[in-house]
Write a protein that binds this ligand. Structure first.
Ligand code: FAD
Ligand code: NA0
Length: 461
């Protein structure tokens, strides 16, 4: 085995949570004395962390590449951190004290970095490097990846035995057209370019869409002082009780200057339109026959165990599912992918794999409610856990937490982030944050980890 691996090369595209999970998976075996293939990870940004590496930029990055980031200032985790905790690196280990269940982005970024900084992972990563094109040679069974070193403006290529695509899928906007929007006088943007609610203070904002982005950007605008927030849905209403100043209406049919016309016959004037209409799975570096073509859903077709491209399992996709589970799901995927690449896991025949995919697709089809979707992804994680030595964690209990989270949000969209949950990794009960989420306008790590003294509490009272 040692000699076989010595000459093998693994290419990873993207150093977000998924790509980093893949590196960590290899490092975990390396620390047990196993021989490693050569690993190279290409990241077009100048740092790791993917979405969690916040950028103030919009449009294109420093070197003219489409900007990856869709995250914004004041973004706080939208699910309990206990649902995404790494099974091999707890929040306790990182922060050395209990923290609240819904940390802001810089705190989660810090946590992601903490685990990977413990290894030599940075040595595997070539930053400021974009994967430009991939081809596969049927005879040598190797991938050739054409790369651009953005900093020195140089193109080169390298060969790999396995290619892991971990480039994320919440970056390229899905931007629908609505009649008359070209004459809308105010701001029109996609959630991808939203960098914070500040510019919408005292504005009447229309958000189109009814999923996480619409819900959270809407609440952000409300929290930071928008005059009114209106969410316009196409098929499913979020359907919760909104605070005064927020409301949900049916889909826009057209615009006339600053007036939006809705399906129910009502009209209203707005200062800004934010399209929270989701993202496209986009792989401009992959040829047709290797490209994953899917909508955002819990089980994209053509991926055996949600990772191996069925027509060519040497091509591995991580994190391509819609996500209840995130960091721990990427880990469970990466561990399984690693074992296949290391020759520790054999895959069944293409026909058997197809059957397995079909069974999952059918189950996914049957899931309708939020709770059923949680159960579906929980079953998927359990299946992955049975295939590798990723540390087992109580996934059923995580599913219980997800279901409570769904209820918390329904109960009150403004206060659900004040709730606390218990870690399944350490048993630690989360701390209550020193400030209620609606009153907390500062999302820095320093402020978050700051301990409010008894005296300050007395003054505040
Ligand atoms: P990404 O984080 O998107 O990373 C992909 C990486 O690939 C990027 O660094 C990118 O630069 C790189 N890349 C892309 N193309 C190339 C190329 N051609 N060459 C080289 N490098 C390339 N999840 C949660 O758990 N909790 C949350 O609160 C949460 N909030 C979110 C908020 C927003 C606005 C968005 C968009 C997503 C949020 N998510 C959240 C989900 C988030 O996508 C995942 O947590 C996670 O970042 C996915 O990791 P990833 O590595 O698969 O993809
Ligand atoms: P997302 O909300 O950006 O979350 C991505 C939405 O767009 C659906 O409601 C869909 O409606 C609607 N839509 C699509 N095309 C439309 C059209 N032509 N007209 C009207 N509506 C349209 O995207 P999706 O895919 O969930 O929903 C698309 C990810 O970002 C999430 O996984 C989430 O984890 C992350 N996120 C997290 C946070 C926080 O953590 C905040 C924002 C986003 P329909 O009709 O198809 O139902 C705080």
């Amino acid at each position: 085995n040692k000699n076989i691996l010595k000459n093998k090369r693994v290419g990873i595209i993207g150093a977000g949570p998924s790509g980093l999970a893949q590196i960590r998976a290899f490092e975990a075996l390396k620390s047990q004395g196993f021989a490693m293939p050569e690993i190279v990870c290409f990241e077009k940004q100048d740092n790791w962390g993917g979405m969690w590496n916040y950028s103030w930029r919009t449009g294109v990055g420093k070197y003219g590449e489409p900007l990856h980031g869709s995250m914004y200032k004041y973004l706080w985790s939208n699910g309990p951190k206990e649902c995404l905790e790494f099974a091999d690196y707890s929040f306790d280990e990182h922060f050395k004290k209990p923290i609240s269940s819904y940390p802001p982005r810089p705190v989660l970024f810090d946590y992601i970095q903490g685990r990977i900084k413990k290894s030599n992972a940075r040595e595997y990563i070539r930053f400021n490097t974009t994967a430009r094109w991939v081809s596969f040679d049927e005879e040598t069974k190797k991938f050739t990846v054409i790369l651009d070193d953005l900093k020195i403006d140089k193109t080169y290529s390298e060969e790999f035995d396995f290619l892991v695509v971990a480039s994320g899928h919440f970056s390229t906007p899905n931007m629908p057209y609505f009649k008359g929007i070209e004459n809308f006088p105010g701001t029109v943007m996609h959630a991808h370019d939203f960098r914070g609610a500040d510019q919408f203070i005292d504005r009447n904002v229309l958000l189109i869409g009814s999923s996480y982005s619409a819900e959270d950007i809407g609440v952000q605008c409300y929290k930071h002082g928008a005059k009114s927030v209106t969410l316009s849905y196409r098929s499913n209403q979020i359907g919760i009780e909104w605070p005064e100043g927020m409301k949900e209406v049916p889909l826009v049919t057209r615009f006339e200057d600053d007036t939006a016309f809705f399906k129910d016959g009502t009209t209203e004037k707005f200062d800004a339109v934010i399209m929270c209409t989701g993202y496209q799975h986009k792989f401009p570096f992959l040829p047709d026959e290797m490209r994953l073509k899917t909508k955002n859903n819990l089980y994209p077709d053509h991926l055996y165990k949600g990772v191996f491209f069925n027509d060519l399992p040497q091509l591995i996709y991580l994190g391509m599912q819609d996500q209840y589970y995130t960091f721990n799901m990427f880990d469970t995927q990466a561990w399984v992918a690693r074992d296949y690449m290391m020759g520790r896991l054999e895959l069944p025949t293409p026909a058997e794999r197809r059957l397995d995919i079909d069974q999952w697709l059918e189950k996914n089809e049957q899931a309708e409610t939020g709770e059923e979707h949680v159960d579906f992804q929980t079953a998927y994680i359990k299946d992955l856990l049975s295939l590798s030595d990723y540390p087992h964690f109580n996934v059923d209990q995580v599913a219980v937490m997800f279901k409570e989270w769904l209820k918390d949000k329904e109960e009150c969209i403004l206060t659900y982030r004040d709730k606390t949950y218990q870690s399944v990794v350490t048993g630690t009960k989360a701390a209550v944050h020193h400030t209620e989420w609606m009153d907390e306008l500062n999302d820095t790590k320093e402020r978050y980890l700051y301990e409010v003294t008894d005296e300050e509490e007395l003054v505040a009272e």
